[in-house]
Design a protein around this ligand. Sequence first.
Ligand code: PCA
Length: 171
Amino acid sequence: KYTLYNKSDWTKVNDIWYSKTNVLDKVLIGVYGTLKRYGSNYDYHLADSIYVGNANTLDKYPMLIQGIPYVLDKPGVGHHIDIELFLVDRKTCLPSIDRLEGHPNWYERRKTDVILEDMCTVLTPYIYFNDTVKDEGEHHKTFTQEVYGFYDNPLLGGIEYYECQCANPQP
Ligand code: PCA
C-alpha cells in the first residue's frame, strides 16, 4: 500500500494512475523510408517509440527512390507499400519528425488506410507523402537502405549490427 501525494497532478485511466499525461497522448504513424528500423533516421527519431508491427497500404501508391524514397499521393498507381507502424508521442516525437520531413511543405503527413500483416486489421496511421518530385515511372514496393558495413557484435548476442548510409544526416 502506498500514498499518492499531489493527487490532483495525477491522471487515472483504466484504473491506472499516471504521473504524466504525455504517455497517454500517442499518435499512430506509418513509415516506409529512412525512419524504418535499421534506417538512418530511426535511432534519433523513433527509438523511444512503440513499434506496433508491419503493414501495407490498402491502396496502391507510387513510391519513387531517388536516394531516399518518396511516396506520391496518387492512389491506384504502383504497389501496396511496405510500412512499419509506430505509436509516437504527439507533443515531443511527432513535431521532431514533422521537422525532419518538412511537413507540410516538403513531405506532407496524411491519414491513410493500411492493412496489418494478419490481413484482417485495417488501421489508419499518418503517412508522409511527397508530391514535389517528378514521377519517372519506376515504382517500388519497399525501401531498403544501403548498408556499407556490418559486423557480428558479440555483446548483442551475435546479432548483425548495421551501419546505414545516411542519405539525410541526422541533425
Ligand atoms: N522518411 C519518411 C518518409 C521518407 C523518408 O525517408 C519515412 O520513413 O516514412
